[in-house]
Design a protein around this ligand. Sequence first.
Ligand code: ASP
Length: 324
Amino acid sequence: MEKKKIYVLACGGTIAGRAASADDLTGYAAGQTSIDELLEAVPKLADYADVQGEQFCNIDSSDMTEALWLSLANRVQEIADREDVDGIVITHGTDTMEETAYFLDLTVHTIKPVVLTGSMRPATAISADGPLNLLEAVQAASWTDLGKYGVAIVMNSTVHSARFVEKTDTTHVDTFKGRQMGCLGYMQDGRPRLYQQPLRKHTWSSDLAAPKELPAVAVVYAYVGLTADDVRHLAEGKAGLVLAGLGHGKMPEPVWQALQPLMEQGLVVVRAARALGGMVTQVPAYDGTVTADSLTPQKAKILLQLALAHTTDREKIQAIFDAY
Ligand code: ASP
């Protein structure tokens, strides 16, 4: 069978990280190794695909920015539109990988596989997980059917949907989980074996486009002691606010009193939850807010930014949250 042409865009992260000693798993610098070095370290890639690499950036993913997201989405779209590319792999730090993956899931319109991968241990570590993750990401991107299910994260031999995946552990290699809905499947014998598919809109079925600039949206985490002033301060100059709310998206009453006049002036408030599972849905007590469904606050923020770039109508924004 003819080998697939896979384009690898490197963004940095621990997969490109180096430490002074092989037993140092935390005190390393991310984003040190170039794409050429990453590819050379895994000669097996050539058995599965014709791989071409490009250094997009080389950063710790804590330094990912919205401006970089916008140019990454453009670059991924350009590459996906090329006839001589069958699939795309993006190497990326794990700290914000789920956010970048979801941003691309909403804004890149393609049915070709787009796979993000990285590692939890630096390239210099004993039992570094990067080389196998990279190999399996390339194998996954070579499997044409994967593109039907939107942007995927392939780490630790597991295939995740960008919509549902979360980083759940600060250091362990099995950090990525689809805590609520599970994973799409596993990597086995060189290709994905999938068991589920996401039904929310993504990539080829998404009508959302990346704007020139993302509207400003903040996330506020609810806790005992959060004040009206804290929230007013955070909302200043913002088009939207996502609440990582208590329970079913609740907040202290003074905070709600402070938000209502801001909403009348146009601020769009999305209620998400700080709880580790479940949905947030409409209740009369919080009339006028948008609900985040099962999206985590950090992903609700991305969807709100893209929704606000299309419309400021609350009902239309709610319809977007119900569909994506
Ligand atoms: N701090 C690193 C990053 O996100 C962590 C990792 O890649 O695992 O770039």
